[in-house]
Write a protein that binds this ligand. Sequence first.
Ligand SMILES: CC(=O)SCCNC(=O)CCNC(=O)[C@H](O)C(C)(C)COP(=O)(O)OP(=O)(O)OC[C@H]1O[C@@H](n2cnc3c(N)ncnc32)[C@H](O)[C@@H]1OP(=O)(O)O
Ligand SMILES: CC(C)C(=O)C(=O)O
Length: 567
Amino acid sequence: MNYKKYKGYETIVLEDRIWPSRKIEKAPQWCSVDLRDGNQALITPMGLKQKLRFFEYLVKMGFKTIEIGFPAASDTEYEFTRTLIEEGYIPEDVTIQVLTQSRIQIINKTFEALKGAKNAVVHLYNSTSTLQREVVFRNTKEETIELAVFGAKAIKELAQKNPETNFTFEYSPESFTGTEMDFAAEICNSVIDVWEPTKDKKVIINLPSTVEMATPNTYADQIEYMCRNLKSRENVIVSLHAHNDRGTGVAATELGLMAGADRVEGTLFGNGERTGNADILNLGMNLYTQGINPELDFSDINSMIEIYEESTAMSVHPRHPYAGDLVFTAFSGSHQDAIKKGMARMNKQAQYWEVPYLPLDPKDIGKSYEPIIPINSQSGKGGVSFILEQNYGLYIPKDFQKDAGRVITAYSDKMQTEISAEEIYEVFLNEYVDIRTPLQLNYHKTQSVDSDWDLVFIEAEIEYNMQKHYIQAEGNGVVSAFCNSLKEIIGMDIDIVDYRGHSMEYGTKAKAISYIELKNETGERFYGAGTSSSVGKSSLRAVVSAINKMISAQQIKDIDTEEEEIA
Ligand SMILES: CC(=O)SCCNC(=O)CCNC(=O)[C@H](O)C(C)(C)COP(=O)(O)OP(=O)(O)OC[C@H]1O[C@@H](n2cnc3c(N)ncnc32)[C@H](O)[C@@H]1OP(=O)(O)O
Ligand SMILES: CC(C)C(=O)C(=O)O
């Protein structure tokens, strides 16, 4: 790769810059350019119906300025402008914006398209960069200024002839980032001289990084330079229009705002020429997650995705900030565990949203918590217990969670796929709940020996290896009494380490579920759960489940030992 073929970007010298210590404290004036810059970059540009639908969506989101197209470019563009105006699509507080080159027939056609509009921004541009002056226009600096001034004058005159419309003027030194900064200021000031802005009639100077050529801090330096050198700055709205060639269009815009800009042009999901424009969803949500009102409504991200994909025939990347399908997921066990703990804390005490790995509450943009934690072989106990808790109301004790996490991730590994909440539940039930072989509880009766039920007497019928046994025992509590009576029958020592239970609302009937952790004589732990409409019975079933796990583990060990001996 011949990198020597490229020359480095010459940065501007602005040593007394002040933007790095500034903060963005409010939303800028937003202008959507989806229907112009976004649209001109599509393989199949939008038709009239699609543009209307998209326009209505942008209005609903709260955009007050929408660049609707380049009316002189085609019949569709012209018709769209007329339809919006004639059929009353434009709310009182919304201003449409249109783009024009500095050529009289194009400017005339643009004004013709705007007839009858209440408010309109006429956006004039010509390329100012050294490269474009040399290659495309073959113009000197003076001729380039003349072209801009020519357009500015024509627009002013036409606006005066159409007083029924409240016109705002916008000028873009197109390819601004490839322009010498002193020349960029000079040409913008020449246009400002023509338009003579006032406090009540401000003009917009839009400074595009038509092609993103350098690091975002360079763009910020350029914006700060322009803010210092533009005439009548207080009557000029400085606007940003960043493209994303180096992948830093959003960052450049944010630094540009810190450098003093007032307004931002961009598109939803960053659609636009080549790598696209600055993404307004990204910019707006970056404000939102800093506690700043973005002044745009992003609460229904799914409908935004739907309209975008339908209109542009493109799709939102699964890792797109805020919107992608994988943005609210965590695959690795430690992330899942941290999210689970963070969410539990949010339920209890929540002044500010603070959940590890989730900078945004998915609910705020119409996403749900459910798909947060897909379980795969990289998942840990946190993810598994989160799914069982959120979807099935199972509050599994901590050590039990570890065992269940291990079993379920091993299952996912074996299946070589991510597994669903239903599968997790199924595996959990099959593995731990109401396990009835080789030990089974047929019936039981309990009786208190003292008045506080501390000492309990139990009678029960059990089946072990298909043989019935009638047992009677005393113990401290039902579970303990039951375990005491089983030791002899199964020929193993059993020690209860943990016993918990809760009512279970999932399913048709309210039930109780109990969780038991046992240890055998060598200290190995076994876990089981039992369900029943009675709490007492669920606990005995949990004991039976855990003992059955212990017996089958012992049987596997015995077989292994036999095989080793034979070998
Ligand atoms: C960075 C941006 O996104 S800028 C916006 C780009 N968007 C569009 O171009 C929208 C679609 N455009 C079009 O449909 C067409 O370009 C039209 C209808 C506007 C004009 O069509 P045409 O005149 O046939 O072609 P084209 O745009 O290539 O014109 C090139 C001529 O215009 C000149 N020109 C280009 N831009 C401008 C401008 N902003 N102001 C004045 N003249 C310009 C060129 O120098 C060239 O002049 P030349 O013929 O003397 O060499
Ligand atoms: C017309 C201008 C603002 C433009 O789209 C660009 O420079 O990218």
